[in-house]
Ligand binder design. Structure first.
Ligand SMILES: Cc1cc2nc3c(=O)[nH]c(=O)nc-3n(C[C@H](O)[C@H](O)[C@H](O)COP(=O)(O)OP(=O)(O)OC[C@H]3O[C@@H](n4cnc5c(N)ncnc54)[C@H](O)[C@@H]3O)c2cc1C
Length: 84
């Protein structure tokens, strides 16, 4: 084990992030184990009846609730259009 000492006034520590292991075994994920979706529609790149919103998707946004909120209107409209 190594010890690092830092001087700081504000410290933001982010732990390693990953998707649930159950997804890793599925055909839904990319090589990094994130669900492979079109970044504009959130529709799966292979399975057109699958959409992903939130931290499990491979969209190039931050993994935050704030980013999910921005995607929400997009996500709710895309599947609705598909059903119609
Ligand atoms: C410490 C911390 C602080 C954060 N602070 C902020 C912040 O200030 N602002 C901000 O915008 N974002 C923040 N975030 C990020 C934010 O919490 C996430 O981006 C957001 O919660 C992701 O939502 P999600 O629905 O994709 O996933 P989650 O909220 O993780 O929900 C996934 C759900 O799936 C369930 N689940 C997992 N595996 C299975 C399974 N096999 N079967 C059934 N259910 C399962 C889990 O129990 C969980 O309820 C923070 C995150 C952390 C960890």
């Amino acid at each position: 084990m190594s010890v690092c000492l830092f001087q700081y006034s504000l410290l933001h520590v982010t732990p390693p992030m990953s998707t649930p292991r159950e997804l890793w075994k599925s055909p839904l994920v990319d090589q990094a184990n994130f669900v492979s979706v079109d970044k504009d529609t959130l529709q799966h790149t292979k399975y057109k009846n699958v959409f992903s919103i939130g931290d499990c998707g491979n969209t190039p946004t931050s993994k935050t609730a704030a980013a999910i909120g921005n995607k929400l209107s997009l996500h709710t409209s895309a599947p609705t259009m598909m059903i119609k």
